[in-house]
Each structure stands twice: as C-alpha cells, then as structure tokens.
Design a protein around this ligand. Structure first.
Ligand code: HPA
Length: 273
C-alpha cells in the first residue's frame, strides 16, 4: 500500500514542480469526448507518458494528456484519455487520475463517458445525467488495505452524484434547449458488448445506460470527498427486441455529435459554481 501512496505523491510532486496553478475543478473525459479539452486556454499540457507511474491509454479516441488551464475563466485540470479495466489495468491505475486530483486539492469532478442507452425514448448523442449507479464490474477500486488519509474504510454511497450539481445542470440544459435524460448507469467490465439477455437484465434491474467506465472513478472520488457530476453521452441505444450492433466507429461518431451539448453543460456548471 505504501507503494501506491508514494506513486501518487510522486506524480503530484512532478506536476507541482511544473506549475504553481491550483485548480479546484477536475474534468475526466471518456471515449470520443476529448474535444472539450481543446476549449481550455491551456497553461500547461503534460503527456501522460512523462508523468512518473502514470499508465498509457490504449483505446481508440483517447489522447493521453493532462491539461491545466482556464475554462470560462475558471482554473481546471482535465484528463484527456481514460484508463479502462478492459484494457487490462487494475483499478488502482484506472482511478489514478482521481487520486492525483485529490492530492492536488481538487474539490469537484466532472466526468463524461460514452454509454449505451437502454430506453426506447433515447437517441444517439443525447446526454443522460447520472444520478446513481450499479456496479456490475465484479470488482471495486477500494478492495485492499484502506489508507485513512485517502478516505474511510466503508464510504457511504447514499448520494454519489451531487443532486445540487444535477439541478444546476438542468437549468443550463433548459436555457440551451438541450434535451437530457437522467438515471442509473450500470458499469460492466467489457470489452465484449452486452447480449440481448444481458440487456434485458440491465433494464430490469433499473439501469438506463450501460458503460465500461465511470463507476470506479466515482467510487474513488466519493471515497476521497470529491463532489461529482457525471453525464453519459448516449452513443447507441440497445433495445433487446430490436438489437443492433454498435461498432466503435459509430460510438466515436455519436460521442463527437454529443460533445457540443456536453461542452455547454460543463462550461455552464463551471460558471455557476
Ligand atoms: N455498452 C457498453 N458500453 C458502451 C456502450 C454499450 O452499448 N456504448 C458505449 N459504451
């Protein structure tokens, strides 16, 4: 465990040596959603491969860099490129950006991820504000010794997704005439996509969107006392009785289509908090 703590401290020291900026807002962008990071007036951009101990993303649509700069005149730290469990990373690596942000004193985190919609009224590129989750990854990022400096042994998950931030996000959606959904996100490990039977099951247990990320990062953020707003960008809609393939090209294309609405919501949130 000491080794993990040292890894995080080392990576944070490395960044602090490069900049004295102290962003309190973090942004974590998923598959095909890196565009928002391009709107940041960048003070410093650090490729993941020079940060000590930091893994490299392998999946299509991810760039792999950390950016610190101004978005809507607010200092933010953004991670362009995520680490997924299905890539073979353990969950410590998957959640390293979150631990690193905590070490740098980040107070709130905005997360955006591509996801499959499970409701017939959803359309590709629409957003779904995540208000709860179901962890079906079969693993939890907090398994192992607890480091009390990071957070409690048994962190509560009563409200992992800040109701206050969701309410503000609704106001922004209304002002910008952006149609949004709200619901439970279920995380699976992937990388195989869901079968029809699995999709039926996921709907039955109350999920409205399914994806292969987000939950480990959210659990870690809540453990560390970071406030979370998370939104899924619906890239495909999975209806068990009319089940269609969702190749990565389609997912990336629809994620990019949703990126403008996503930018408006996140920029709006940043302005109001
Ligand atoms: N299933 C799982 N993860 C996803 C999907 C999906 O349909 N779409 C985007 N990420």
């Amino acid at each position: 465990m000491k080794n993990l703590i040292e890894k995080i401290k080392k990576a944070a020291e490395f960044i602090k040596q490069k900049t004295s900026l102290e962003p309190e807002t973090g942004i974590l962008l998923g598959t095909g959603l890196g565009k928002l990071a391009e709107q940041i007036k960048t003070d410093i951009s650090i490729p993941y491969d020079i940060i000590p101990g930091f893994p490299q993303p392998t999946v299509e649509g991810h760039n792999g860099r950390l950016i610190i700069g101004r978005l809507e005149d607010t200092m933010v730290i953004a991670f362009q490129g995520r680490f997924h469990y299905y890539e073979g990373y353990d969950l410590f690596r998957v959640t390293m950006p979150v631990r690193l942000m905590k070490e740098m004193n980040v107070k709130r985190l905005f997360i955006a991820s591509a996801a499959g919609g499970l409701e017939p009224n959803m359309r590709p590129s629409e957003l779904m504000f995540i208000n709860d989750h179901i962890n079906l990854m079969g693993i939890n990022p907090l398994i192992g010794p607890n480091y009390d400096e990071w957070g409690p042994r048994f962190p509560e998950m009563v409200e992992p997704y800040s109701r206050n931030l969701i309410n503000i996000a609704y106001e922004i959606a209304l002002e910008n005439k952006i149609k949004v959904h709200e619901g439970t996100y279920v995380a699976i490990s992937g990388p195989s996509m869901e079968t029809k039977a699995e999709t039926r099951f996921l709907k039955m247990i109350g999920a409205k969107a399914v994806g292969m990320s987000t939950v480990p990062e959210v659990i870690t953020a809540v453990h560390s006392g970071i406030e979370v707003f998370a939104t899924a960008v619906i890239t495909n809609v999975n209806l068990p009785d009319n089940y269609k393939e969702a190749p990565i090209e389609l997912i990336l294309q629809n994620a990019q289509k949703g990126a403008d609405d996503l930018s408006k919501i996140i920029k709006g949130l940043i302005k109001r908090i």
